[in-house]
Each structure stands twice: as C-alpha cells, then as structure tokens.
Design a protein. Structure first.
Length: 260
C-alpha cells in the first residue's frame, strides 16, 4: 500500500556533525520512491535559500512542507502559503528589540536579523565559525514572512510565547533557539494538505523528526518516528524511536516498518 512519508531535514536527514546526508538515508529515500511511496521533506527552512536547492536535488522529494507548514510545494510548485500577520510581526520585533532578543530570517542567501551578534556567537558554537552575509533587518517589514527564527535560550522563547497569544516557539533540537510560528499552521497542517492531495489516509502516513517543531506532525501521522538524537519530549510522543542520525536511523526505521 502506498504511504506518504515525511522527513525533517536538520538532524533527521542532514547531519550537522559533517553537514552531509548519510548515504544510508539517501539509499532509503531512493528505495521508498522505487517502492511507490510518496516522499516529502517537512522542515522549518525555506528550501529556496542557502543550500536548500542542493538538498532538494539530492533527496528528490515529491513534495515539501517548508517554514513549519506556512509553505507547501508539490512537484516544486507552491500550492499553499501563509504569511505572518503584519501587526503581530511589528509588535513582535519591537518586543524583541526591547528585550535584546535575536530574531530574524534568511532570504535569498542573506540573513536579516536584529541583534545579529548573538547569531554569530551561536554559529561559532555550532560550527566553529560564522560565514553569514547580513542584510538590513528592517527589510523584514517589506518581505513576505512565513516564520522567523529566534536565537537564544528557552527563557526567551517562553517569554515570547507568554506575551503573544498567536505565536508558538518550538525549540530547536540543540536548545539554542526556536522557530517562531504565527497562526494555526504547523508541519502537521502541511501533512494534512499533502494527505488530501495524494488521497492517502492520514493513518497511512509516517513522519520522521528530531526537534520540537516536529511534535504536532509526529503525533498526527499514522506512525511518528523520533530519531535517536531527538529531543527527549519528542521521543515521549513518538510511536517509534529509531537510531541516531549517524547510526543509520532513517534507513533502519524504514526497514523495521517494512517500507524498504
């Protein structure tokens, strides 16, 4: 029976330790397609930016759920887009400026962040360097904003959530920041859109993830698979916990589930 299988990108398919997708994961995705299943990426990223197109070429998904469900593409065509409420966006950025929080987004290989020095520090902790090209963050007010990224501790993310009723800030797996999502959208809502398009019942969907922005989609999918390196709270709601990303976690789970 045909299944719809979604994969988070960072630390589910893409290993940050060497910034590559394990060969076993690429082999699993290839076999899934050969076996007639629908493969989709479900990520907080905008895959038009930075090295997103190269990952699309390697993974070759049928569809993508991007920017935490605020953008959905099928066969590389955008079929859904949700934009940040303009007033909420202005109020949020003023709030973050007053608090000294780092917040912004990436667009066309440029990074637009308020309080960007903290982002540079975050990069150095993650990668040992920062090679970002920064633009004027005030340009954010002229852009079509789906989601934002907050860089900082859980305290700041919780502070944003407590002051903005329509905003959620699911933490990154490493705990050094969070996605900033406005409105009733998520990777889960993207999954439901793809399920309807491909006429595949939600019970016949499988979703892989590692971070807190994968919580809703793993709970909603027929089978939710948490990576071995996933956030502990995500593992608690998952139907299956597979091996770490560097231990062939994706491939091993696909075999156990009888998909390949």
């Amino acid at each position: 029976m045909k299944k719809l299988i979604t994969f988070d990108l960072d630390m589910t398919l893409l290993n940050h330790a060497d910034y590559t997708i394990p060969e076993s994961a690429l082999e699993a995705v290839k076999k899934l397609r050969e076996n007639g299943h629908i493969v989709a990426i479900a990520t907080g990223r905008n895959l038009e930016n930075h090295d997103g197109p190269s990952f699309i070429d390697k993974i070759n998904p049928h569809a993508t759920i991007e920017l935490n469900g605020t953008k959905v593409t099928i066969d590389k065509e955008t079929v859904y887009r949700h934009l940040f409420n303009e007033k909420v966006l202005c109020d949020l950025i003023k709030f973050c400026l007053d608090k000294g929080y780092t917040i912004g987004l990436a667009e066309n290989d440029m990074d637009y962040y308020f309080n960007q020095e903290k982002l540079v520090e975050w990069d150095k902790k993650q990668w040992g360097m920062s090679q970002r090209k920064f633009g004027d963050p005030n340009r954010i007010f002229e852009m079509e904003v789906g989601t934002l990224a907050y860089i900082g501790t859980q305290v700041g993310a919780s502070d944003i959530e407590s002051n903005f009723e329509s905003i959620r800030c699911p933490l990154f797996a490493g705990g050094l920041g969070a996605d900033v999502i406005e409105g009733d959208v998520s990777k889960e809502s993207g999954l439901l859109r793809l399920s309807k398009h491909y006429n595949i019942d939600v019970k016949d969907t499988i979703s892989f993830g590692d971070a807190m922005n994968d919580m809703e989609i793993l709970k909603r999918a027929g089978v939710g698979v948490a990576m071995g390196n996933a956030h502990d709270k995500l593992k608690e709601v998952a139907d299956m916990v597979t091996d770490d990303i560097d231990k062939d976690g994706v491939y091993n789970a696909c075999v156990k589930l009888g998909l390949i």
